[in-house]
Design a protein around this ligand. Structure first.
Ligand SMILES: Nc1ncnc2c1ncn2[C@@H]1O[C@H](COP(=O)(O)OP(=O)(O)OP(=O)(O)O)[C@@H](O)[C@H]1O
Ligand SMILES: [Mg+2]
Length: 451
């Protein structure tokens, strides 16, 4: 983990730095916010930033947001000055660490803020085969395309491949191509020079340069627009990139992993994805089976998540009762491992007694998983009294899922009917599936999915 400390180097701060280093963090330090932004823009990334309460935390958070530098900010300061801590949190810090530093507290905060468990749990022969293939190709520099439904563990497997690769000591940087607006994705990937466009307040190094020597994960690659696909192809083929507004090409040495939950070959046939880029990325394809097709993974995964959330919540890790396990086995798991993870998180919090009983296992949707569901009441029953007592977020979710299901999963149609952009729709659906709510898979799209 890379920790960037923003504070003049006092005794207290260097003590905190030493603790973080002894726990395996790579620590760098700068004196002020301007220097920190410079470091981050230059591509020396950080997984978490720790900033002195005396500095301009609100300004730092605003700049990070404006420049789309995603890194959690933690504040620190001498003593337990409550007012200072409150100011820091209001300014956008996620946590406050009082100084002098306490070793366990620092370790716990850093772990919580950057929470990322690396375990890949599997037992089913289908996953054994997929992981064996991942082992085989990890040490080569070949590009790998990782396919599979949403929540099947594509990112988990990408991280696994990076850890097993020759680049493991270098960073793995990921970019979610679906989450960043088309017009900003280019500068996100390739960086930009100061003044290249409105809002380009300073030179910024892109993810390609940040990942130099390491691995670049292009998440949801199918969502990249065709124009940018051409630039990506050049970067991969020639191993050079151009910053937006830049004049000299820059050499990069990276390994590319890409994920998609769409059938990329079909996207190529439909003219939405460049064939030459597809062949470049797809030196090897690893397709992760949906959870419902690897039944033997269910139990070890459920146990893994129970342990994880019991520890995180300081409650005992109760075993699953045989009835609860049966309930899991008969569920459709449209949301795959992520849905199971959320279900187990809830179960850990709801369980009472010696074991986790079926009552604590709350699953959404039908047990067969045959039909995309909305947790909504049937259309038409949503009038008047049916709405009172429900939150806007709740009703909105049901409306969106019902409409999507009505459109047989076609996002373009559903967005038109709902009067929202495809991107907004996509972001909402992503949120729902992260919450474990089943979302209808993509249906036939009649026009370009990018808005
Ligand atoms: N084999 C596994 N072992 C442990 N945890 C897993 C495994 N597979 C998935 N998970 C957990 O399930 C969640 C979803 O996994 P991940 O983000 O890798 O899925 P994904 O295929 O990238 O999903 P999406 O298509 O929505 O981006 C994560 O919280 C991850 O930690
Ligand atoms: Mg993913």
């Amino acid at each position: 983990m890379r920790l960037l400390i923003i504070s003049p180097l006092t005794g207290q701060v260097s003590a905190a730095a030493k603790i973080a280093m002894s726990r395996g963090a790579k620590v760098s330090q700068v004196d002020d916010v301007a220097a920190a932004l410079g470091t981050l823009r230059a591509g020396h990334g950080a997984d978490v930033v720790m900033v002195d309460v005396g500095l301009d935390i609100a300004g730092l958070v605003a700049s990070l947001k404006a420049e789309r530098i995603h890194v959690p900010v933690v504040a620190c300061g001498i003593g337990t000055d409550t007012a200072a801590a409150v100011r820091a949190i209001k300014a956008g810090a996620k946590e406050y660490i009082p100084l002098p530093p306490e070793a366990d507290l620092i370790a716990a905060v850093l772990a919580a803020v950057t929470e990322e468990s690396n375990a890949v749990v599997f037992r089913d022969p289908a996953m054994v085969a997929a992981l064996r293939m991942a082992d085989q190709i990890a040490t080569s520099d070949a590009s790998i395309l990782i396919g599979g439904e949403s929540g099947t563990g594509k990112e988990v497997v990408a991280r696994y491949i990076h850890r097993k690769s020759r680049r493991a000591a270098q960073p793995m940087i990921s970019v979610n191509c679906a989450a960043i607006p088309d017009n900003l994705l280019e500068s996100e990937l390739f960086g930009h020079e100061k003044g290249a466009f409105t809002g380009a307040v300073a030179r910024r190094v892109g993810k390609f340069e940040e990942a130099n020597g390491g691995t670049l994960l292009l998440d949801e690659i199918s969502e990249m627009d065709l124009r940018l696909q051409a630039k990506l192809l050049r970067a991969i083929q020639e191993r050079v990139i151009d910053r937006v507004g830049g004049t000299t090409p820059i050499k990069v040495d990276i390994r590319i992993l890409a994920t998609t939950n769409r059938d990329l070959e079909a996207e190529v046939r439909a003219g939405r994805f460049r064939e030459d880029l597809y062949f470049r990325l797809n030196v090897v394809t690893l397709t992760l089976p949906p959870l419902r097709e690897r039944p033997q993974d269910l139990e070890p995964l459920a146990e893994h998540f129970i342990k994880k959330y019991a520890e995180a919540n300081g409650v005992p890790a109760r075993p699953l009762s045989p009835e609860a396990l049966n309930k899991l086995r008969s569920h459709g798991w449209r949301g795959n491992v992520r849905e199971l993870e959320n279900a187990m998180h809830r179960a850990v919090l709801l369980a009472q007694g010696d074991s986790i009983d079926p009552d604590a296992v709350q699953l959404s949707g039908p047990s067969t998983g045959a039909r995309p569901t909305a947790t909504a009441a049937a259309p038409g029953t949503a009038g008047g009294a049916g709405l009172v007592g429900r939150t806007v977020a709740d009703v909105e979710r049901d409306l969106i899922l019902e409409t999507l299901s009505h459109c047989l999963g076609n996002r373009t149609h559903a967005a038109n009917i709902l009067g929202i952009s495809i991107r907004t729709l996509r972001n909402k659906l992503k949120l729902y599936s992260e919450q474990g709510v089943p979302v209808a898979p993509h249906g036939a799209e009649t026009d370009r999915p990018h808005v």
